[in-house]
Design a binder for this molecule. Structure first.
Ligand SMILES: NC(=O)c1ccc[n+]([C@@H]2O[C@H](COP(=O)([O-])OP(=O)(O)OC[C@H]3O[C@@H](n4cnc5c(N)ncnc54)[C@H](O)[C@@H]3O)[C@@H](O)[C@H]2O)c1
Length: 266
């Protein structure tokens, strides 16, 4: 590793499992001190983690890195405020806020989804990201010198997909939220960008991965003919957090094997 994030302090939400975990580990390998925020410390069952017996913090520490777990429900504003305060109290400052926590609801036509489905996606994927952006900006403004916000959106934030309207609505809002923060805080040297993966192998997509019909149709629809991996996204997350991307701002980067180039149906 090249120490691209040496001395920086990062918060990653939803970091016990999946993308958030891979991003946390990649940030620590690049020298960042990482605050691992989640509802619980252990990874979700059904994921593809290489060392699922270890918490994210334990895996980082085993590799010589520095990390702290903070329990946080991103749908609760005070939890997010406390999370940032704990990060600053423990590591002295905040440089990178990675709003990754999210949930998925799918498998129904738009008129079949319940109000609870819509509410659940909205609370985690929109309000959770909103609170994270707001508190990070307040902290960066107080510190001076700028900062870096990255939101885990999805290709679902860039287009429609069949049978997941409530998820796509929430990710569309997260995409526009990213643009709005980028417009308002660029002059404060606060960069704000979004990452838009297609389906990748995590606990969230385990049932789809195990469904041979879905798996076959999905891989066939992707120009690069494979599922996304958490490491694909972790590498992009390092790039966007580092000075290598210092003139990238307000961008929603697809990392999707070419999914958004073409149409597919399920
Ligand atoms: N996996 C995919 O194919 C895919 C594709 C595009 C975008 N995404 C997005 O990537 C992000 C991470 O997804 P993943 O696949 O790693 O999911 P995952 O379900 O494997 O992990 C999500 C993590 O977020 C945590 N979490 C959920 N609700 C939370 C809350 N209210 N507060 C704090 N933590 C919470 C969970 O405990 C879990 O550890 C999400 O925003 C998701 O929408 C996933």
């Amino acid at each position: 590793m090249t120490g691209k994030l040496e001395g920086r302090v990062a918060i990653v939400t939803g970091a016990a499992s999946g993308f958030g975990r891979a991003i946390s580990i990649a940030y620590a390998k690049e020298g960042a001190k990482v605050v691992v925020a989640d509802l619980h410390e252990k990874p979700l069952t059904g994921g593809f983690e290489a060392h699922a017996e270890l918490t994210t913090v334990k895996e980082i520490e085993a590799a010589g890195g520095s990390a702290l777990f903070v329990r946080c429900d991103v749908t609760v504003e005070q939890d997010v405020i406390d999370l940032v305060a704990k990060a600053v109290a423990h590591f002295g400052r905040l440089d990178i806020m990675f709003n990754n926590a999210g949930i998925y609801r799918a498998g129904k036509l738009a008129h079949e989804f319940t109000d609870e489905d819509l509410e659940a996606c909205w609370k985690v994927n929109v309000k959770g990201t909103w609170y994270g952006c707001q508190e990070a900006v307040r902290t960066f403004l107080r510190q001076g010198g700028g900062g870096n916000i990255i939101n885990l959106v999805s290709t679902a934030g860039l287009q429609g997909h069949p049978k997941q309207a409530v998820y796509n609505i929430s990710k569309g809002a997260a995409a526009n939220l990213t643009r709005c923060f980028a417009i308002e805080y660029g002059h404060e040297k606060i960069r704000v960008n979004g990452i838009c993966p297609t389906y990748a192998k995590t606990a969230m997509t385990r049932a789809l991965f195990d469904d041979k019909d879905f798996d076959g149709a999905f891989v066939e629809s992707i120009p690069l003919k494979r599922w996304g991996e958490t490491d694909d996204v972790a590498k992009l997350a390092v790039f966007l957090a580092s000075d290598d991307s210092s003139y990238m701002h307000g961008v929603l980067v697809p990392i999707d094997g070419g999914e958004t180039l073409c149409r597919y149906s399920v």
